[in-house]
Design a protein around this ligand. Sequence first.
Ligand SMILES: [Mn+2]
Length: 356
Amino acid sequence: MKFNYLRNIALGAVALGSLFSCEKDDDNDSDPFNFGDSKIVVIGHKVPDTDAVTSAMAYAEFLRSLGYDCEARVAGPLNKETTFALDTFGIKAPEVLTSADGLNVVLVDHSEYAQSVDGMKNAKILRVVDNHVLGTVTNAASYDTTRSAGSTCTIVYNNFKEKNIAINKQTAQLLLVGILSDTGRLKVTKSGEKDSVAVYDLLSIAGVNDLDAFYLRMHEFADSYEGLTDAQILVSDIKEYERAGYKYGVANVDVDYDVYLEDMRNRMNAVMPEYMKANNLDLMFCKIDADTLDCSNVIYMGENAEKIADQAFLNMGVEGVSSEKKDGYIYITPHVSRKTVIVPRINEALDANAKE
Ligand SMILES: [Mn+2]
């Protein structure tokens, strides 16, 4: 460990050969990732979704089982789906962290400073564990990123497997709900083989007998905007990014039936300016999907927004995906993912219109 290493250097007189072999053995035993022995906080993104919360909790357990002093925190209040899932299993939610200033952290489920808790630029980032495209956090000490995983929980599950560490019941429950939430219960467009292998292994450890019944109940909570104002619906699943001198946001909103699409477009258009102003965004997008019509409606607002949206989402050249410009929005069919389609394409268009 670092401490021992420094002490050995201070002792000075130790023969070099034995110093290095000694250090190496020590590393393998008690500090396999060279994280040192200070306390580590594992944390996901702001506006946490289920995967951001449960992958942090499960990764903290993973690090504890390797001997680290480690604790999970969340970057904001939990949404309805996560609250339902944790309540169902009687698991206590992590506390909210308001500043990462000066802490040793592992980031899960994001790699964008714009999505992190405040003070992250003054934290020591030991590792990023994430399945999204790499964002602005390019200075972490290590990365565990598997883009082909459908959720960060899938990556964490594989960490346990690779180290041959048994997954306890509570950790299995956490991993299971994270994967189910992020992949929409293993939808083909959102998941792969790794995710299904994990889910079917975790079910029995987690004590979940009826996957469909469980997911249906969880999903009801996810989709419910009951009691929320339009401004609250807009921010219920929002992420911010920085690219090419622009700061932008992408909100994700779902409606049950396609007849509600126009109404939701108008309502989100009405509340977007205030959010942009309050959060100093240069531009903003909101993707609205309908369960009954397999499509995405993308509305946009702000600096160069129409030009960027046109470049990003017209003539996309993605197999099986078609898009069309409508009055004030882009209509894309079938529905597309923010992670794999929307954000990478916006980034590409922003690069072509860079401000820096
Ligand atoms: Mn997430």
